[in-house]
Design a protein around this ligand. Structure first.
Ligand code: TPP
Ligand code: DXP
Ligand code: MG
Length: 621
């Protein structure tokens, strides 16, 4: 760390040290912190724009509140790099999101300042309310603070918590960090409402009155006055948040420590549920990120003086791109198709679809539950919904999947991206459970394409069905098997033999992209390899044929072993009264942390060498 650049930051090992600084020094510290965030993220990759937007808010919160005794819960937690840097992890930022290094999200095991693990959005108000009421029950005077973005605020869970929080006498502070952005531009009526609060009459009056009051009167008196004025409807007519039972304060400039610190100090003295509306800019202080907060939401490594550059050689096509292309092609062919995303347009490969078919594109906000039921409603009316959703986020909508789609046997296609290990985001984002949690639902099917070509083909097969079907595929690129242009599908529920062993001792049944390391391992072992393609329905005919001919059956999947495709194989064998030597390979009963995906797979024994070693071990047992 260059000492001249970070003269204050280098001495901040915990927030206590920061509390001794003057306001002027805190401003310098904020500038150093911003530079440090840019410098470290440029070397590791990670979430940049959101972190640049929370620099001053983080400084102000840790200065005013008695952390970690007072609890800050960061929603999603992708904006916690300044918080990590100020709470003793500055010198470990170079390890961010790498194996054994700092997590990209708050983790209770990482620091006492990380009061609640987050990464899936919109949980902060519930968790902070729980903490506030627990404090009350225990007779403690601690504060609980939820910091939630305008994107995260769109989820039902956030409103469930507001609804509950507004009627309790809890010392809860909700801070809405409003940067007028989700990952992509925010959507929906809430966004319109927040824009209204910010603009025209509302904001102008609030800002002017706030400024003049701030200049003339001591903070507490000023706040009391403002509250009185608000109560009379003079400054801001009762906001929705007041109707929920919160004391609404704001909007204030979230990059101005002279507004933030006195306001937070005042709020600290107030009892009951408080709601502070803070306005920030995504990417603040780094021109390139300010201009393109989407590209800098989660960039890889880059040179800060140049910014993001296109790679010289075009990278391999990702599974996400294969899906995006298929969606456009199928939409062009079938007018009934609609595409639905819960706030993940870029990540799910739907930018082009949005451009070409704006009338058939639905970004419903961070609202996975709604997305699934909404698709169900459309399917009832003969429209053909394709829900593009990360495997990990479908977990949010499990009841909707069962009750609103499967039970009514509605033909909805679920394009499950990020199936398996995702790498840098770690355990919170791993798509480890989808096979297990989907295959136990009647009427549901689950396709596991092995490569890019099959992804396109199986999406078409899924689309042709008259019942709900998931197609799961991983983050990133596959082996490079180019998809065909055709929209023809593969047979429903059917696998194939990809390698036939002469000895017929071992058969590997691969579900999904691990087919390719399986084929490699099979060369060394002389094993038969089946590309099973479907976890449900299972190709029982193929399974029985293989079981009749081979001694050892090995199942292989990038998903949880418990309840996964290997379990389906065991159940099918049992149903046919067959007792076989079966080795199940997949993800163990354990959360797998962040790191390079290939390394993580190898650590789980799911690369070619690991597969071979596990099989040899079983043969030797
Ligand atoms: C349940 C869930 N759905 C989707 C996401 C993916 N996601 C991460 S950040 C984000 C946008 C959040 O916007 P906002 O809360 O406004 O924070 P900002 O990035 O603007 O600071 C989304 C959609 C998630 N983390 N959790
Ligand atoms: C914080 C969050 O949930 C997203 O920003 C996520 O990190 C995106 O992941 P991908 O990079 O796989 O789209
Ligand atoms: Mg936002």
């Amino acid at each position: 760390m260059p000492t001249n650049t970070y003269s204050l930051l280098q001495n901040i090992d915990d927030p206590e040290a920061m509390r001794r600084l003057s306001r002027a020094q805190l401003k310098t510290l904020a500038a150093e912190l911003r530079a440090y965030v840019i410098d470290s993220v440029s070397k590791t990759g990670g979430h940049l724009s959101s972190n640049l937007g929370t620099v001053e808010l983080t400084v102000a919160l840790h200065t005013v509140f008695n952390t970690p005794y007072d609890r800050i819960v960061w929603d999603v937690g992708h904006q916690t790099y300044p918080h990590k840097i100020l709470t003793g992890r500055r010198d470990r930022m170079g390890t961010l999101r790498q194996l054994g290094g700092l997590s990209g999200f708050p983790q209770r095991v990482e620091s006492e300042y990380d009061t609640f693990g987050t990464a899936h959005s919109s949980t902060s108000i519930s968790a902070a309310l729980g903490m506030a009421l627990a404090a009350k029950q225990k007779g403690e005077d601690r504060r609980a603070i939820a910091v939630i973005g305008d994107g995260a605020m769109t989820a039902g869970m956030a409103f469930e918590a507001l609804n509950n929080g507004g009627v309790h006498d809890a010392n809860l502070l909700v801070i809405l960090n409003d940067n007028d952005m989700s990952i992509s531009p925010p959507v929906g009526a809430l966004n319109r409402y927040l824009a209204q609060l910010m603009s025209g009459q509302f904001y102008a009056k609030a800002r002017d009155v706030g400024k003049s009051v701030l200049k003339q009167v001591p903070p507490l008196l000023e706040l009391a006055k403002r509250l009185e004025q608000q109560a009379k409807g003079m400054v801001v007519p009762a906001t929705m948040f007041e109707q929920f039972g919160f004391n609404y304060i704001g909007p204030i400039d979230g990059h101005d420590l002279d507004s933030l610190i006195p306001t937070l100090e005042n709020i600290k003295g107030l009892k009951g549920p408080q709601f502070l509306h803070v306005v920030t800019k995504k990417g603040q202080g780094y021109k390139l990120a300010e201009a393109d907060p989407i590209a800098y939401h989660g960039p890889g490594k880059f040179d800060p003086s140049v910014g993001l550059v296109k790679p010289a050689t075009p990278p391999k096509q990702t599974f996400t791109q294969v899906f995006g292309q298929w969606l456009c092609d199928m939409a062009a062919k079938d007018q009934r198709l609609v595409g639905i995303t819960p706030a993940m347009r870029e990540g799910s490969g739907m930018v082009e679809f949005h451009k070409r078919f704006p009338g058939r594109y639905y970004d419903v906000g961070i609202a996975e539950q709604h997305a699934v039921t909404f698709a169900g409603g459309m399917a009832c009316e003969g429209v053909k919904p394709v829900v593009a959703i990360y495997s990990t986020f479908l977990q949010r909508a499990y009841d909707q999947l069962i009750h609103d789609v499967a039970l009514q046997n509605l033909p909805v296609v679920f394009a499950l991206d990020r199936a398996g290990l995702v790498g840098a985001d770690g355990a919170t984002h791993a798509g480890a459970y989808d096979i297990a949690f989907v295959r136990c639902i009647p009427n549901m099917s689950m396709a596991c394409p092995a490569d890019e070509r099959e992804t396109r083909q199986l999406l078409s097969t899924a689309y042709e069905q008259n019942h709900p079907v998931c197609v799961r595929y991983p983050r990133g690129a596959g082996v490079g098997v180019a998809p065909l242009e055709s929209l023809e599908g593969l047979p429903f529920g059917k696998g194939e033999i990809r390698r036939e062993s002469a000895a017929k001792k071992i058969a590997i049944l691969a579900f999904g992209t691990l087919l390719y390391p399986a084929l490699q391992a099979a060369e060394a072992l002389d094993a038969t390899v089946a590309n099973m393609r479907w976890a449900k329905p299972l190709d029982e005919e193929l399974l029985l044929q293989i079981a009749a001919e081979h001694g050892l059956i090995v199942t292989l999947e990038e998903g949880s072993i418990m309840g996964g495709a290997g379990s389906a194989v065991l159940e099918a064998l049992a149903a046919h009264g067959l007792s076989k030597n079966v080795l199940q390979l997949g993800l163990p009963d354990q959360f797998i942390e962040h790191g390079d995906p290939a390394k993580l797979l190898a650590l789980q024994g799911l690369d070619a060498a690991g597969i071979e070693a596990s099989i040899r071990k079983r043969l030797a047992d």
